[in-house]
Design a binder for this molecule. Sequence first.
Ligand SMILES: [Zn+2]
Ligand SMILES: [Zn+2]
Length: 160
Amino acid sequence: MNAPQCPSCKAPLAKMPQRKTKCKACGEFIFIKDTPRNRTKRLMTPTQAEAAERAWEDHQAKKMQREAAALYKQHLSRLTADLKKYASQGWRSVQVFGESARTCPVCRSLMGRVLPVTIPAEEILRPDCQSLDEGSYHCAPLASPAIKDGSGSVRFDRSI
Ligand SMILES: [Zn+2]
Ligand SMILES: [Zn+2]
């Protein structure tokens, strides 16, 4: 490895800094960071360090979105199978449920709705669900043929 130098003014450093330090020659802070693309910790100027932090945030956000998309696909296939099963059993309607504190506004607006069992699963697990791009939401709407009214009584809408 080359002799360490200040990334801002290129002044040689007595030793490789182990943590954030100030350059004695130019007074700039020297940061030690890596980036998602290059995991070797290296010396950075304040501007480079800021860019590295943004790159990490971006990296994390993208990772979360990929995970959310995979989860959505899983839920969608499960819900599609459920709806198909309910339809084959003769249920005509289902009610959306599964609200939690982390349910997004899109999904929240569907909670409690009674829908025909033949509806595409995407009408319940919507592609515009905000949990797909925002980690603070977590949605998993489900559908049940047991339809509850406000008073807590349950009815079933069955054709056969
Ligand atoms: Zn310097
Ligand atoms: Zn949602």
